[in-house]
Design a protein around this ligand. Structure first.
Ligand code: APR
Ligand code: PHB
Length: 391
């Protein structure tokens, strides 16, 4: 039987960053992850980092490759009624920007830093379960190599994603869940072709939403709105590229470089928040507590703000015997979560086709997009949310 101040469940970006922040503050921690490192790194997720995320990674010294390979972006294009319009993030926000650097790379960099620091991570843990988190002596049990292990802790950080065990272990009457499921998905393709444009393009078209993103000057990430009833097998590479071209403006369609896909998947879109984010000695962070639809790429950035608050709360508890941070964590985190939920829901509603809402909805979307690009106040609201609201 071993023990640690903080047992972290899940080695996604939330768990790994929390581990580094705690280590820097002198608070030891153990991560229990149900998958192998290779599996964790095989997941492809969004790739737009707010400045707070860049700063958090820099604060734990995990920023060298990001600054070398990441792409700072000062704006993006909105495409509607066949024309592109630039949103100048830097101009609208007093010089702020975002960093395009894949979540997979962030995770890899954090994993390497954790290994280099000699912090304990248990990968491929079976039957992970949490116990007694309504007391100040919670426990984690898991199996490995056919043996059951117990880890005692003062706190458990539930960083185990939407399908994890932590939120699911909370008695239903102690938790309130808010959810919105969208009637479509995103078909994503990753391909080793140069991006169609230097900046991202978010497209509202009568055929559905499209997004042109990238991972590097030679690797592109594209998405198409599709019915959730579609299957990946239905979408050949040729069909994907033809549909993407159909949703772009003539210049972008002309410039689009196509090639073999190296990943293709369909992701559902969901808004979800669980309240509160603390249950006695169990604190939830990241996707374990909330999900946003990917329009605007807030998921990873929200996980980062949660763990910044949480690391600070734990540091106060262990270093100063001050329970204020732990007691205030849920309220503090939820205030920022709901603002990002609102923005992600709004940007999703603005950019996608909702066939059940009819042509009136499309006309209102177009009117709002016109307003957005012609009103500095409206553009500023979009830009300040896109670069990330203050902590
Ligand atoms: N026991 C241990 N680990 C678990 C369990 C379990 N029962 N269930 C899930 N996990 C692990 C998963 O295998 C995964 O590695 O928890 C980790 C959760 O990682 P993520 O799903 O990446 O969630 P998070 O770290 O909160 O990152 C948020 O990920 O989904 C995106 O949009 C989201 O970008 C955001 C980011
Ligand atoms: C991505 O690059 O995967 C991406 C970028 C921006 C988004 C969503 C996803 O809004």
């Amino acid at each position: 039987m071993t023990s640690t101040p903080v047992a972290i469940i899940g080695a996604g970006p939330a768990g790994l960053l929390l581990g580094q922040l705690l280590a820097k503050a002198g608070v030891d921690n153990v991560i229990i992850e149900r998958q192998s490192p290779e599996y964790v790194l095989g997941r492809i997720r969004a790739g737009v980092l707010e400045q707070i995320t860049v700063d958090a990674l820099s604060s734990v010294g995990v920023d060298a490759r990001m600054h070398q390979e990441g792409l700072p972006h000062h704006g993006f294009d909105l495409l509607f009624k066949g024309q592109r319009h630039r949103i100048d993030l830097a101009d609208l926000t007093g010089g702020k920007q975002v960093m395009v650097y894949g979540q997979t790379e962030v995770t890899k960099d954090l994993m390497h830093a954790r290994a280099a620091a000699g912090l304990q991570t248990v990968y491929s843990a079976g039957d992970v379960a949490i116990h007694d988190f309504d007391t100040d002596k919670p426990r984690v049990t898991y199996t490995q190599d056919g043996q059951t292990h117990t880890l005692n802790a003062r706190f458990i950080a539930g960083c185990d994603g939407f399908h994890g065990v932590c939120r699911a272990s909370v008695p239903p009457n102690a938790i309130q869940q808010f959810e919105k499921v969208y009637p479509f998905g995103w078909l994503g393709v990753l391909a080793d072709v140069p991006p169609v444009s230097d900046e991202l393009i978010y497209a509202n078209t009568q055929r559905g939403f499209a997004l042109c993103s990238m991972r590097s000057p030679t690797r592109s990430r594209y998405y198409l709105q599709c019915p959730m009833s579609d299957s990946v097998a239905q979408w050949s590479d040729d069909a994907f590229w033809a549909e993407l071209k159909n949703r772009l403006d003539p210049q972008a369609a002309e410039q689009l470089v196509t090639g073999a896909s190296i990943e293709k998947s369909i992701a559902p879109l969901r808004s979800f928040v669980a309240e509160p984010m603390r249950f006695g000695s169990l604190m939830l962070a990241g996707d374990a507590a909330h999900i946003v639809p990917p329009t605007g790429a807030k998921g990873l950035n929200l996980a980062v703000s949660d763990v910044l608050y949480l690391a600070n709360a734990f540091e106060r508890y262990f270093k100063e015997k001050d329970v204020g941070g732990v007691d205030g964590y849920s309220e503090q985190a939820l205030a920022r979560v709901w603002k990002a939920e609102r923005f992600s829901w709004w940007f999703t509603s603005l950019m996608h086709q909702f066939p059940e809402l009819g042509s009136f909805n499309q006309k209102v979307q177009e009117a709002e997009l016109e307003y957005l690009i012609h009103s500095r106040a409206a553009s500023t609201s979009l830009a300040e949310n896109y670069v990330g609201l203050p902590l």
